[in-house]
Design a protein around this ligand. Sequence first.
Ligand SMILES: [Zn+2]
Ligand SMILES: [Zn+2]
Length: 179
Amino acid sequence: MPSVQGRNLPHRTRQIGDPPICHPERNHKALGLCNACHHKALDAKIPLADRRRRDRDKARRLRAAKPEQYRATRKAWVQANREHVAAEQRAWRIAHPGARLNAYAAYAARKYGLPVLKISNQKLDALVQQACYRCGIEPAKGIDHLIPFSAGGLHVLENVRPCCLDCNRKKNDLLAVAS
Ligand SMILES: [Zn+2]
Ligand SMILES: [Zn+2]
């Protein structure tokens, strides 16, 4: 398929009856581009952020109006873009550690028969950016529960501090020796 620059749309020079310039197997507009390529060329003129917002809004409307169709479309898209989706999920998990920390806290709370509590993902995301409360390394990238789950500590904001992995391990080792 020839690359289509938004600025040089073929209709400026094309004559009616000229052969199609992209996917000859598809139906063509008079301009010589199939529907998909035609819209792609038009899309390229819209700033990326605006395009994303438009697509998101469109998906949201579809999900509200026709949930079945939304699920089918979404599933087909995910299947056709597996690597892209996996890369996005990896990036999201790295940028949003709060979700993982909440999941771990829920697991630990259940293990010790404590109430399963949640701190907002956003608050945890911000917290792990702060300096480790033990060694000062920044960003701490993790949290520590001041009173550990094993001692009945709860997963509430007052009981968590930003803490790096090394300090967390050292503290756990001390606790293991003490108990
Ligand atoms: Zn085409
Ligand atoms: Zn530390």
